[in-house]
Design a protein around this ligand. Structure first.
Ligand code: ZN
Ligand code: ZN
Length: 166
């Protein structure tokens, strides 16, 4: 399965989705005039259960293909994303522990999967996951990916999720 090309497109496209942090004290935000719509989400994340990784949730139906690709790839790279912090502020606002939580809420024992729509509304989440998976496919180790993400996002973003050290 080759998601790399698509993920690179996503990585670029994600930049146009506004970040989802509402913490304006620590974030310098541009004024939003000119944005057609700006959605604050934080507490209203939707959860939806499907039979497994290959069945995407219906809340993705009206989303772009780019977002669907990131969701599928994220679900398939649990081992990577569980070690990568998200810097969108979701650690505090949504109790997330890692980048993985922005896309998947729970894996059930019977193989079904509970998706979280947080990632659909958040450019930072999409970027971090897409970047991490692309780097993984290029052969980088989890440790290398993590320090790269930490470096890229340590300034100008929210506090990282409390993701255990690799
Ligand atoms: Zn987010
Ligand atoms: Zn996030």
């Amino acid at each position: 399965m080759n998601y790399k090309k698509k993920l690179i497109i996503v990585f670029t496209a994600a930049a146009i989705i506004s970040g989802c942090s509402n913490n304006s004290d620590t974030n310098e935000k541009d004024d939003h005039t000119g944005h057609g719509e700006h959605q604050e989400h934080v507490i209203n994340d939707i959860r939806e259960e499907t039979a497994g990784i290959d069945t995407l949730p219906t809340f993705l139906n009206e989303k772009s293909e780019n977002i669907q690709v990131v969701y599928q790839a994220a679900a398939q790279h649990k081992d990577i994303l569980e070690n990568i912090p998200c810097y969108c502020g979701c650690g505090e606002s949504a109790g997330h522990k890692s980048s993985y939580d922005c896309f998947v809420f729970e894996n059930k024992e019977n193989g079904s999967i509970v998706w979280d729509d947080h990632g659909t509304k958040c450019g930072v989440c999409l970027e971090i996951a897409a970047q991490s998976i692309v780097d993984f496919q290029e052969g980088k180790s989890v440790k290398e990916i993590r320090s790269k993400i930490d470096d890229l996002y340590k300034e100008g973003y929210s506090e990282p999720t409390p993701t255990p050290e690799v």
